[in-house]
Design a protein around this ligand. Structure first.
Ligand SMILES: [Zn+2]
Length: 417
């Protein structure tokens, strides 16, 4: 027997008559038009108030509280937290054993991560672990608390746009909210976190409806090894599509249709170039090797990189998802194109990639380009808001346009007048 609550839910699920809508208006174009560079910048700027948001610290927990409050204020009021335990190793502990990587490709250069090959000029990469390398004293003080050694609880936060006709199915749109390096984690990953928050704001606006659900998720502990996203995938994969309580029309974990991760959205200045001295001569290191630097200006060919992983179990469907996003970029992005690659790696979509079609959006390819040092601010004290120009912020906004349009098409978005 059907409960009154279910009957009410079914009544709501009937598509509304389009009588009041203008048939010529494209709702996706209207929604993309609501993304705004100044709002996107302001959200990134607000996130930098919590320093590098390192996992396990008070500044990380405050950032999570702030993100949740913002999501609620946007109308994405059904926020939830997912708890998990994380063990912070002692500083002198031997490094954790890593799973063997995906074998890299060709003979053009050394192997990169995710199956890539490191072609061309390179800059060494690494994580800054020295707080004294942060020249801004106020920021150094803000980042002073270290993660306590040992096991304690961590949290992710998410909210969900419930689908009007298919609440039992959803797309996951996500980024990681933690950072490292003693900067402000403005690009890695304030830029992705702000993107997800802006989409939550637009999809939660009065009058916006989608057929399918969309979950906006901010993961913790990405920088320690994708621990927050992995905890979510493990805890919730078997809950997919279960109506609970039975007959309620409510699906605490809708079936996953696609996972779209955002990680470092703003810096695409191209391949490192030789560093020159005052006389215009190439600078050499102690071994007599040329020293390279990142170009100071964004390259004219800057693009959004959409990646999937070719050796994942969901590779074929993930490729299809990637190309759908490329097409959404062609149709709706205002300034920058998108490119598709097949070496997605080292990001929170990895724990999902064998379970559900999964892609990541980035400023560069993670394996070949970021791995070759194309982003000099990566995990460095220089990853602060002031480092980035409006062109950099605009690249992030174009990634937001791409995901907004791609997800709006897939989830069936419309605007009620
Ligand atoms: Zn990141």
């Amino acid at each position: 027997m059907k409960s009154a609550a279910l009957m009410a839910a079914l009544a709501l699920a009937i598509p509304l008559a389009p009588a009041a809508a203008d048939p010529a208006a494209d709702p996706i174009s209207t929604l993309v038009g609501q993304l705004d560079l100044e709002k996107y910048k302001a959200t990134i700027k607000s996130l930098t108030r919590f320093g590098d948001r390192r996992q396990g610290t008070e500044r990380n927990r405050q950032a999570l509280d702030w993100i949740e409050a913002q999501l609620k204020s946007y109308g994405c009021t059904n926020t939830e937290r997912l708890q998990y335990q994380y063990t912070q190793p002692a500083p002198d502990a031997p490094p954790a054993k890593r799973a063997p990587g995906i074998p890299s490709g060709g003979a053009g250069g050394p192997p990169g991560q995710g199956g890539s090959t490191l072609f061309g000029n390179r800059i060494p990469t690494g994580v800054n672990t020295d707080p004294m390398l942060q020249p801004d004293e106020k920021l150094r003080a803000l980042n002073a608390e270290q993660t306590p050694v040992g096991t304690s609880q961590r949290e992710n936060v998410y909210c969900t746009k419930v689908g009007a006709t298919h609440p039992e199915e959803m797309y996951i749109v996500s980024a990681h909210m933690d950072g490292i390096g003693f900067g402000e984690a403005a690009n890695d990953d304030g830029s992705g976190t702000a993107l997800v928050m802006e989409l939550a704001r637009i999809f939660s606006a009065p009058g916006v409806e989608t057929d399918r659900s969309i979950r906006f998720a901010l993961w913790n502990n990405e920088e320690t090894g994708l621990n927050g996203a992995t905890a979510y995938a493990m805890q919730r994969k078997d809950l997919q599509g279960i109506e609970s309580p039975k007959g309620s029309g409510k699906y605490p974990e809708p079936k996953w249709l696609g996972m779209i991760q955002h990680d470092m959205m703003m810096w695409d200045h191209g391949m490192p170039i030789p560093k020159l001295d005052a006389a215009g001569k190439p600078v050499l290191d102690a071994k007599g090797q040329a020293v390279y630097v990142s170009p100071p200006e964004q390259r004219r060919e800057a693009d959004v990189n959409i990646e999937y992983q070719s050796v994942s179990k969901q590779a074929e469907a993930s490729a299809k998802l990637a190309w759908a996003f490329r097409a959404a970029n062609d149709k709706y992005a205002t300034n920058y194109p998108a490119a598709v690659g097949f070496h997605m790696t080292n990001t929170d979509s990895t724990p999902f990639m064998d379970l559900v079609p999964s892609i990541s959006l980035r400023e560069n390819e993670r394996g070949q380009q970021i791995g070759a040092g194309w982003d000099p601010n990566w995990h460095q004290p220089s990853d602060v808001y002031a480092t980035y120009s409006d062109k950099d912020f605009l690249l992030g906004l174009n990634a937001a346009q791409t995901t907004l349009a791609g997800v709006a098409q897939l989830a069936g978005a419309r605007i009620r007048k």
